[in-house]
Design a protein around this ligand. Structure first.
Ligand SMILES: Nc1ncnc2c1ncn2[C@@H]1O[C@H](COP(=O)(O)OP(=O)(O)OP(=O)(O)O)[C@@H](O)[C@H]1O
Length: 329
């Protein structure tokens, strides 16, 4: 389990002190995939680098399986770091080494015999689907293949945790999908706990169990992905999750509402039933449904008639039927 307690990180620069993280409190449970999402500059990379103490927190602590990392001596910290694999947006492979030697590298550092290291590396390379590229160099691989090598390398020392810093941000949508599936498979079959840092909502919705939304150096909200998606509370979560066309609806000056569907309700024909029952026409401005762990979640933006009586019928219908909505104007 990773516990981040009252963590703060500031950088002293020639133009003043920059606070990158403020009062961060988070717990990542064993076996889960935990997402941290935020806009550029929110503090995501600093946070992930504080987890393995590549950055030393200015205040607060990081507790890994009950051990406070900030109090560890250098040697102990290096040992703990072997239980934390890391993958990056830019892959960070050694260009002068082939695939096999890249994956062997952390094992060499850990003092594993060459034959044992190669055996282990080959197993991992097979698991990530690159057995036929053992002797290829990074420059001969695609971005997705490079990330697969980086994943195999991160797994070489049997880490309990993997930290992914924008691991799919440099990849096209199909490759992103296949890398996310690989991470999910590693989580399920090897029981590795994964922390995913991203600015992309689709990464969170596809593989994460829980999510923390970070904004301006602080956690704006956190919780189960389905809960945060169904009912984002903070402005930043709304901005990241809700449709962009919401802004357009404001410009029209008409009455609009946002319906929030949970997994169960999204399967009912709510809009058709509502229109038939109230005889009030509505305009669907935007609809977006997501599949999170096999359950559908969604948002729909509806424009209602300006007439108070007509729109009142819609509100009454939604209230009576227990359908969550927010008034947008
Ligand atoms: N070594 C450093 N020295 C000074 N300021 C830093 C340093 N590292 C990060 N910062 C500042 O801390 C803040 C958070 O940066 P960070 O890289 O963690 O954000 P991020 O959410 O990962 O952004 P991005 O998605 O663009 O990488 C930024 O204002 C950044 O300029």
């Amino acid at each position: 389990m990773i516990e981040i307690k009252n963590l703060e990180k500031s950088f002293k620069t020639s133009y003043g002190t920059i606070t990158a993280l403020k009062d961060i409190n988070l717990t990542v449970n064993d076996g889960e995939i935990f997402g941290i999402i935020g806009l550029s500059g929110a503090g995501k990379s600093t946070l992930v680098r504080c987890i393995n103490l590549l950055e030393r927190p200015t205040k607060g602590e990081v507790v890994l399986d009950g051990k406070s990392l900030t109090t560890l001596k250098k040697k102990e910290l290096l040992k703990v770091r072997q239980s934390i694999g890391m993958i990056f947006q830019g892959f960070n492979l050694l260009e002068q080494r082939n695939v096999l030697k890249n994956v062997c590298y952390p094992l060499e550092i850990a003092g594993v015999k060459k034959a044992d290291a190669e055996k282990k590396a080959k197993e991992l390379i097979e698991m990530v689907g690159l057995s036929d590229r053992l002797l290829s160099y990074p420059s001969q691989l695609s971005g997705g293949q490079k990330q697969r090598v980086a994943i195999a390398r991160a797994l070489a020392t049997d880490p309990k945790y993997i930290l992914c810093d924008e691991a799919t941000s440099a990849l096209d949508p199909n490759t992103t999908q296949s890398i996310l599936e690989l991470l999910k498979q590693i989580n399920k079959t090897m029981g590795v706990t994964i922390v995913v840092i991203t600015h992309e909502m689709k990464v969170i919705e596809q593989i994460c169990d829980r999510v923390a939304v970070i904004d301006k150096s602080q956690i704006a909200e956190s919780g189960k992905v389905s809960t945060v998606f169904a009912n984002p509370k903070s402005d930043i979560a709304k901005e990241l999750i809700l449709p962009k066309s919401k802004t357009d609806a404001h410009i029209t000056g008409k009455k609009s509402i946002r319906l929030v569907f949970d997994g169960e309700k999204s399967r009912r024909s709510i809009i058709a039933d509502m229109i038939l029952s109230t005889q009030v026409p509505v305009n669907i401005m935007y609809a977006d449904t997501k599949d999170i762990d096999g359950t559908a979640y969604g948002h729909m933006l509806l424009e209602l008639p300006d007439d108070e009586v007509q729109s009142g019928k819609i509100f009454a219908y939604l209230d009576t039927n227990g359908i969550a909505y927010e008034k947008e104007v």
